[in-house]
Every structure is written in C-alpha cells, then in structure tokens.
Write a protein that binds this ligand. Structure first.
Ligand code: F0G
Length: 378
C-alpha cells in the first residue's frame, strides 16, 4: 500500500473537524471500522429495510473507546500531563492503558471489583496500567476519580473529558461517509452516556458542514436493570449481564437526554434475556461476535420494531453500533452456550456423531422470528 493511502487514525483523517492540540497524535491508527450489511439479522428481527452494523470491536484495543482515547491522550501530552486516570467498566481502562503506554505516561484505572470482563482486565494489566479494583460499582469508582483529579495533577480520561467526545464523534462521520448519507435511525447502547452524546455532536457537525442533508433519530438502549435514562432517575444498584453498561448515574446523562430529544428519538430498556438473544443472533446469523453491551443495540432495535416505534419500511436505513468485541468477555459465552461435544479419537464413533449433523440445518435459522416476551416499559 502506498504511504499516502495508509490509514493513520482518526485525528489524521478528520483533523479539520476536531478540536485537539496540533501536535503529532498519540495513535494506534484507530477508526476506519467496517459498516457491515446484516440482511440475515434484519430478516430475523422482521426489518424489511437496510440494516448495517458499525463494527467498533475492530478498533486496536477492541472497542470504540480508542477513538476518544487518541484525542484525550494527545491533548494530555500537549498539556504536559505525566499520568492519566479513569473509572471504568473495563473498555475505557484497556484503551486508556494502551494509549498511555504509547505516550509513555502512567495510567491508573479504577474498575468495579469482580464486575469486569476478563479480556478487559487482562488487557489493561498487559498494557502496564495500575489496576485498582474498587469495592463498589462504576458510579462509586467514578466519584473517587473525580475527587482525585480535583486534588492531584492527573488527567481525567473518562468521557467527562471533552476531548474524548471530540474523538468519538468520528464514528458518526465514518458512518455518513460509508453510507453516503446519515442513517434514518442509529441504535446505540448507553452506559455513562458519552458515546451517544459524541455521535450526536458528530452528526450535527457533519450536517452543519453540509456533508449530510438530514439527521438520524437516536435510539439509546439501556439494560433493564441499569436504565436510569429510561426511568428518568438514578439507579442505586444497577445490574445487568452487560457489565460494560452496568451504570446507574451516567455522567453525560443530561446531554444524552437532550441529544435523543433533539433527534426525535427514544431511550429504550431491554431485559438481559433479550440482550443475550441478540448477542447469539449477531454471531450465528452474521458472524459478528460482540460483547453483550453491544448486542443491547440490536435487542433495542428489535424491540423498537416490535413496538412500532421504528416502522417496518423498506426504504429505511438503520445502523446499530457494535461497541466492543466478543473476545472481551469469553466468560459469558462459556456460561450461556452449550459445552462442546466430546468425541472419541475413533473413526466409527466420530462418524456416528458427524452424519446426523450433515442432515440438519445449522441453528438458529434466519427465517424464525423469535417472539418478544414482554414490553420494555412496564
Ligand atoms: N458498549 C461498550 C462495550 C462499553 O464499554 C460502553 C461503556 C458502552 C457501550 C456505553 O458507552 O458509557 O459512552 O454510554 N463503557 C465504559 C467503560 C463505561 O468504562 O469502558 P457510554
């Protein structure tokens, strides 16, 4: 590939749109992730329009956080920071650790003890961060971090840091560049509410610059046990299988609520069973292995279609954001999927197992639209 055409990360690609210090970026060449058509999944959830999946798990540390971390760390370096700190359900921790390593800065990450997926913990430690397991949830960890940065000269790299949103809005730019327009709806999982806020900022900036003619509606999806933006009040004990979005007091909640309102969209809550069902469908129907929080976007989309919030119209273009890679959370797969069949190392025994498999179609079948158990808002 010619040097001139090499992808060099989101700051290089979108510099005129980004407010960030004009120094050489701290980058892992993040961004430029695929927007994958998902016709089998669309059929399974009863959507006759065009469904696309923005596969953010293909970023360098396996989640969308890298888009915001390249800008946050670049700015931190420009401002002379020596250390960065964040609270995290895991992905922010891994991303901050990687970009801090690249910049030669110390990273201190606070995670809820026992409540982060193994792949995230492993990565944060491998990148050399100091990982502190807080005896409390994400909200408690974030409260400690906010206090720390008031007292000590450490750069906060949670999405409260405005440079995080600068970078994360580039995912919206990419979707518009890839589609040649904005989608009609964007389904996105919401935890601390930074990402949905960043997407809206990105769509609005592109709209203002004349790059897109219309803005999308935002569908912000939360897990039923951790849905402060659906309920309209904080949740003290958030619980969900999607540990990435196990958050009861979203720091960017008010901005996210405003973005959803301005877009003419909605927040929806989905139960864990529907998140896991969407997670299986993504992998089995489209070959996309994501972490449970990402599947929440698809579960929300399915529910929005079932409830008539999004019309089942052929001309509609919908994008669901798959925020993190499935390899982040191998434990969930091991917990909910059947264990592999044991096969003796013997030809006759193997044949007896193999032959019936060749007569049956693979599960689950794309044609079956599984029923939804109950409405999202009781
Ligand atoms: N999906 C994944 C995989 C995430 O890791 C997160 C947030 C979200 C969705 C929600 O994004 O917080 O901007 O609304 N993870 C944060 C973390 C909280 O610490 O890694 P949000």
């Amino acid at each position: 590939m010619a040097e001139g055409s090499m992808w060099r990360g989101i700051i290089h690609a979108y510099r005129p749109f980004l407010r960030v210090a004009p120094i050489d970026p701290i980058t892992l060449h993040e961004g430029n992730t695929p927007l994958v058509p998902a016709p089998r999944l669309a059929q399974a959830i009863g959507f006759p329009g065009s469904l696309y999946l923005k596969y953010e798990g293909l970023n360098p540390t396996g989640s969308f956080k890298d888009r915001g971390m390249t800008t946050a760390l670049t700015q931190a370096v420009a401002e002379g920071a020596r250390a960065v700190i964040c609270a995290s359900t895991g992905n922010t921790a891994a991303s901050a650790a990687a970009y801090a390593a690249r910049a030669g800065l110390r990273a201190i990450v606070l995670v809820p003890a026992g409540k982060i997926a193994l792949g995230k913990l492993a990565a944060a430690m491998a990148y050399g961060a100091t990982v502190l397991a807080v005896e409390g949830n994400f909200d408690a960890a974030l409260a400690l971090v906010r206090r720390a940065v008031e007292v000590y000269p450490i750069a906060l790299v949670n999405s409260l840091n405005p440079y995080r949103l600068e970078g994360q809005q580039t995912a919206a730019f990419e979707i518009c560049d890839q589609l040649g327009r904005a989608p009609d709806w964007l389904a996105i999982p919401v935890g601390n509410a930074g990402n949905i806020t960043a997407y809206w900022k990105g769509f609005c900036a592109y709209h203002q610059a004349g790059r897109i003619a219309a803005l999308p509606h935002l569908l912000g999806v939360q897990a039923e046990g951790a849905a402060p933006l659906v309920r309209g009040h904080p949740i003290d004990q958030p619980e969900t299988v999607a540990t990435a979005i196990r958050i009861g007091r979203p720091a960017r909640g008010p901005e996210a609520a405003q973005a959803v309102r301005e877009s003419g969209g909605r927040f929806l809550a989905v139960p864990d069973e529907e998140i896991l069902e969407a997670w299986r469908m993504l992998a089995a129907l489209e070959g996309l292995f994501v972490e449970p929080a990402s599947a929440a976007a698809v579960a929300g989309l399915r529910r929005a279609l079932a409830e008539g919030l999004i019309p089942r119209r052929e001309e509609l273009q919908v994008v669901a954001v798959l925020t993190g890679h499935g390899l982040k959370d191998p434990e969930i797969a091991m917990r909910v999927l059947p264990v592999p069949v044991q096969v003796p190392a013997d030809w006759e025994a193997f044949r007896r197992i193999l032959e019936p498999l060749l007569e049956r179609p693979p599960e689950p079948r794309a044609e079956t639209e599984a029923p939804l158990p109950r409405p999202s808002v009781p």
